[in-house]
Design a protein around this ligand. Sequence first.
Ligand code: LRH
Ligand code: MN
Length: 390
Amino acid sequence: MSAQLRRAAQAALRTQEIETPSWGYGNSGTRFKVFTQPGVPRDPYEKVADAARVHAFTGAAPVVSLHIPWDRVDDYGALSAYAAEHGIRIGMINANVFQDDDYKLGSVTHPDPGVRRKATDHLLECVDIMDATGSDALKLWFADGTNYPGQDDLCARQDRLAEALAEVYARLGEEQRLVLEYKLFEPAFYATDVPDWGTSYAHCLKLGDKARVCVDTGHHAPGTNIEFIVAFLLREGKLGAFDFNSRFYADDDLMAGAADPFQLFRIMYEVARGGGLEPAAGVRFMLDQCHNIEPKIPAMIRSVLNVQEATAKALLVDTDALRTAQREGDVLAANAALMDAYNTDVRPLLAELREDAGLDPDPVRAYLASGTQERLAAERVGGQQAGWGA
Ligand code: LRH
Ligand code: MN
């Protein structure tokens, strides 16, 4: 790798901001069991404090995403100020219209207008919380869907969804955005109302420039070429956010890059190629994970590093060699240009970047050696550990 390419990669990596999910610091699990862990946060302030610890050790995670009502507080301005005092800021506000009995048959797509009103009012409340925290992005994921053919009218549900989205879109401020996340299935097992990127893209196109698509890497059918979706959405200026995680089977929500680091590399290559790393592109890079059995703060630090490593490798692709090979139809040389970058050990480059920033070159080892985990376990006794409250 040329010194010039190395410097350019480090320059881009210095501006990279990874957003961590407040719910990733709380207890989570499956329908079979939610395991508790010592030292888990008991309130949004402790979650924000843990997010600040991840940033303190990585230097690359200055944003924490909130989920409402899991992170409901009396004074959102105070929570935002607390985050700032700890060196981070509030990122995307995630609405939650999937945990209320009223939403059994849907939220904004529910046949009953009263339930739709309730759901839409929650989305509008989340925009109020954006105003109060200084957040500039509303993240919408709808569990809405049906379990049996005929259960409801698929088109009527799209009409209801479009109506609610339009009302929320109209409420957004000039600098505010909404991102619409799609998911193939679960909890709905026949038809999900926003099942794929095309459905989200179509709704976002209708809404306008302030609406973009959120790509959760765990929300696709097995074998889906996610980097194609990323390249396409970037080309259209409609890529708004990522929910990074990894999976072997379904929406496993494992650590980003853990199950398939090559896929994360291919995705970050298309992001870099499409200008998505430019702050002006306005793409949010969030982790959306559940640490069901592993200690949460070290897992989050590891995941930030995995995204950094995939990004560094993507930035080390010799694009001149690649373009030449592509132009000449030299398939093997073109593939080799990407594989050479992927097979590059970027850990020394990232370690140097951290040392330049006054950080320990090995953040996971530094965190484990800091005694923070043991201290939190000793301090955070009593109270109700945070979780999904499902
Ligand atoms: C849905 C999802 C969504 C969040 C939730 C925590 O599967 O990916 O992004 O609201 O997880
Ligand atoms: Mn998600």
